[in-house]
Design a protein around this ligand. Sequence first.
Ligand SMILES: [Zn+2]
Length: 158
Amino acid sequence: MQSTEIIEQIKKLESSDIYELLNNRGIHIVHRPDLFTFTNSDARIITDIYGNTWIFLSFADGENPVFENFVLWHELGHIETRGRSATSRAFDHSTHDHEEEVEANTFAFLALVSKMKKIPSCQMELAHVTGIPYIVLSELMSRLRRDEAFMGYLMRKG
Ligand SMILES: [Zn+2]
């Protein structure tokens, strides 16, 4: 999916509150650090055969609110761009180079910056305020730097 399409999808969202958006879609958030002991991933999204969707998070409720916000936007990005699938997906810092992951990160990034009055020009600060891990953000930015729609959107915001 092109970033122009992602921008259009974000504009169409009925709210800028991720918790409200997930709640409206009947998506449950579950904090279960105990389930992530043997994995590198931070979150897993699961849709069962009845169409119920859960987002399992690797940290406790209130432990990491800024990062949680990003992870939830990322997972909503998967759902909005690809639909709910019967298979599960994991969010993993080290495997974010797949097309679907870039798409979900782009969705999350654009949704988070669209709420900001001014976008920090320093990537370190941008990572800090959006909750996006620096490595994920810097890879995303270098990938999307040649994307005119994406850059145009950022310029208008910044
Ligand atoms: Zn993902």
